[in-house]
Design a protein around this ligand. Structure first.
Ligand SMILES: *Cc1c(COP(=O)(O)O)cnc(C)c1O
Length: 711
């Protein structure tokens, strides 16, 4: 169906040959991440060997190739298990056989979705946070909707960093090698059986790039990789780390992603109906697309720019400056001079990427380039659309803010990925067969109103119990490794209570996410943990390696750990990633989000928490500004205060007031059967109002029907 099928087939049969007969259907399952959102997928692999499954990071290829033969033989002899394997393999096969959805995209002209990171699964470490996970959710949803799409990204050899916190509360980073040969992906080969390569001009080197393919259901994700022996040592390094701290290397990555991506599509014979630039990082595709268009049609400059514009759509994901980096002319051209020349006229390219600097030396950025060269642009929530129009208005002189051509498509999350455990079982029981295929329709969620309170509450409590078990296991390990006293480490295992109100705060620790608000009023935080009806807190998140301010916030939070009651009621779990996020959003009763408005473009972890029956307590920014209806959670004022310091204090007070006076009392207000009726009613309302609206199905339909269609 898509280029690289032969390579996938070869890998599948090689793996199958190594397995006992009864396990052979798993070879194909292992090479397609579709299993990860199938109801039984994770459980099937886990059943083969739970310890090894955990040890190999839930990587099915590693599980099957690293397990002892005796383990595999034992699994093959387990008829119940082989029955499940058969059903799983059949489900995936039937899924692949569905016809493609008719529309602008077709199997011959798919959407090419380009992004610097993809968060598909914990075993594929090529993502850092929300942007990547959204991109992964989009590929999965495209597969579910049978919307023809291919993904274009980079294969990072050491991905994003891992996090350790030392006993002083300071964050340290380390990188692990993700050997692609042990990932469920294949390297594309040519007719001669050798790796297929292409080149990208970076600085004065022609970087040789090889290509990996990962299957995300029906969507192939092609990953470009410069770790080739033909390249210089620096050239090989280019695709090593996600968000590499060296600016020239980052520019080189953008060239590989953008120019390399467009060259790859051409080399594979894929003519996309639309090239979707997800964030500015892949925007240099413009240069190669211009070169291709001029070569094909012998077109003059204006015609070529028009033709390319017709193919490009762009989504901007953040109003924060760090996400919209700019470069000086010399800095840019040193790495990208030859890329700029692909356009035919480097000055014209520079003009398209220029940002307004009010008389100072000009600066150039990829967001500006993408905005000026795409036929459509959008932000990722209603409020972010407005904020983006204000920020980028200077690029469109003569236009009022309302006339700036940036629309919005509010983000959503892939429901089968994020709806887990007890809540998934409950909703599967009540919402009818095939409900996930109608997850964007409010009518699908209407039966939630009729689910007995006792059942909803039981599912909530079961999910919290699973979370508390996980916290116990992880907190002790984190603490022992850190060198904490034994009694403090033990309290991590014994102090958390499955019946206690559990509040989660987990996200990238960028300053604007304001984790520091929790520590602004330490007495009140500690009192909440130590009161007669205590709450318990779980935190997680990584600070960017160069962000000393964010690291200091974590350190100050750790300074509270010696206060009484804290050891067993608050935990910071190290190394926030997709797997940990899945467990946290499924288990927490309340999900807290405290961005400094208006900097949260959307936020998606709260949408995931909705699916687990979690309630939101959030600043009215990003998605929550359009989701909150007065009765489906709690809100903190989202207006922008020109004095950020005053706003911090006010919002910290509001946070604790809400927790003390509304959240805790509501959680403890029980009827004769021990059920908190008002709480359950709020859960129902949250599921019914937010579930359909913030699903990836709704989001991708909007992209398909409003954005891709004009291509
Ligand atoms: C969903 C997710 C995010 C994004 O969450 P926000 O609410 O946007 O902060 C970041 N990291 C991981 C691991 C996630 O799963």
């Amino acid at each position: 169906m898509f280029p690289g099928d032969d390579d996938v087939e070869r890998a599948v049969s090689e793996l199958a040959r190594m397995l006992p007969d009864a396990l052979q259907p798993l070879a194909r399952v292992a090479y397609d991440y579709r299993w990860s959102w199938s109801a039984d997928g994770d459980a099937v692999f886990r059943a083969i060997d739970p310890d090894r499954w955990a040890r190999c990071g839930a990587n099915p290829l590693r599980l099957l190739t690293e397990s002892h033969r005796a383990t595999l033989e034992r699994a093959a002899a387990d008829e119940a298990l082989t029955g499940r394997i058969g059903r799983l393999a059949d489900e995936l096969q039937r899924d692949r056989e569905r016809p493609w959805r008719p529309g602008a995209a077709s199997a011959h002209h798919p959407v090419a979705f380009c992004c610097a990171e993809f968060g598909v699964h914990g075993s594929l470490p090529i993502y850092s946070g929300g942007l990547g996970i959204l991109a992964g959710d989009i590929l999965k949803e495209a597969s579910d909707m049978a919307l023809p799409m291919v993904g274009i990204g980079l294969m990072y050899r050491t991905g994003y960093f891992h996090q350790r916190i030392d006993d002083s509360g300071y964050q340290h980073e380390y990188w692990l090698d993700a050997d692609p040969d042990r990932l469920p992906c294949v390297r594309l080969t040519g007719a001669d059986g050798r790796p297929r390569t292409l080149t990208v001009p970076v600085g004065d080197e022609d970087l040789v790039v090889q290509v990996w393919r990962v299957d995300v259901g029906r969507v192939p994700l092609y990953l470009l990789d410069t770790d080739r022996p033909e390249n210089s040592a620096v050239g090989r390094w280019v695709s090593s780390r996600l968000y590499e701290s060296s600016r020239p290397i980052r520019l080189a990555q953008y060239a590989v992603l953008g120019v390399g991506g467009a060259r790859l599509l051409r080399a594979l014979g894929i003519e996309p109906c639309v090239v979707h630039l997800n964030e500015g990082h892949p925007a240099l595709a413009v240069c190669e697309l211009l070169a291709q268009t001029r070569d094909d049609a012998d077109a003059d400059d204006d015609t070529a720019w028009q033709a390319v514009r017709h193919k490009l759509v762009f989504t901007t994901h953040t109003p924060v400056a760090a996400g919209n980096e700019t470069y000086a002319r010399d800095e840019l051209l040193a790495m990208l001079g030859r890329v700029a020349d692909l356009c035919g006229d480097r000055e014209r390219l520079l003009a398209a990427g220029r940002v307004e600097t009010a008389g100072r030396d000009p600066r150039y950025g990829l967001t500006a380039l993408a905005l000026r060269t795409s036929r459509h642009a959008n932000g990722v929530s209603r409020r972010h659309g407005q904020v983006a129009r204000e920020i980028w208005q200077p690029l469109f002189p003569g236009r009022a803010v309302e006339g700036v051509p940036i629309a919005h498509v509010t983000n959503g999350v892939h429901v089968p990925t994020w709806l887990r455990g007890p809540m998934r079982a409950l909703l599967d029981r009540h919402l009818g067969p095939g409900w996930l295929d109608r997850a964007d329709d409010p009518a699908t969620w209407a039966p939630v109103a009729g689910i007995p309170a006792a059942e909803l509450w039981a599912a909530r409590c079961a999910a919290r119990r699973e979370l508390v078990q996980m916290i116990a296991g992880r907190a002790v390990g984190d603490r022992l490794r850190r060198g904490d006293p034994l009694d403090y480490a033990r309290a991590g295992a014994e102090g958390f209570d499955p019946g206690r109100l559990t509040i989660g705060f987990a996200r990238r620790l960028a300053t604007y996410k304001r984790l520091h608000l929790v520590g602004l009023l330490p007495e009140r935080a500690v009192a909440l943990l130590g009161g007669e009806r205590p709450a318990q807190f779980v935190f997680a998140g990584k600070a960017h390696p160069a962000d000393d301010e964010a690291k200091e916030v974590v350190r100050r939070l750790f300074a509270l750990k010696r206060a009484p009651a804290v050891a067993g009621r608050a935990a910071f779990l190290e190394d926030y990633d997709i797997a940990l996020a899945g467990q946290l959003v499924a288990g927490c009763d309340v999900w807290v989000n405290l961005p400094r408005p208006p900097q949260e473009a959307s936020g998606t972890s709260g949408m995931k928490s909705v699916l687990g029956g979690g309630l939101q307590l959030s600043v009215l920014d990003g998605w929550w500004a359009e989701a909150y209806d007065g009765a489906n959670g709690w809100a903190i004022d989202g207006r922008v205060d020109p004095d950020p310091h005053a706003q911090d204090w006010r919002d910290a007070h509001t946070l604790f007031e809400l927790l003390e006076q509304q959240v805790l009392p509501m959680f403890h207000e029980r009827d004769a059967d021990g059920i908190p009726q008002r709480w359950v009613a709020t859960m129902r309302r949250s599921l019914m109002t937010n579930g359909p609206r913030f699903s990836a199905r709704r989001m991708l339909r909007e992209y398909a029907e409003r954005v891709y269609v004009q291509g």
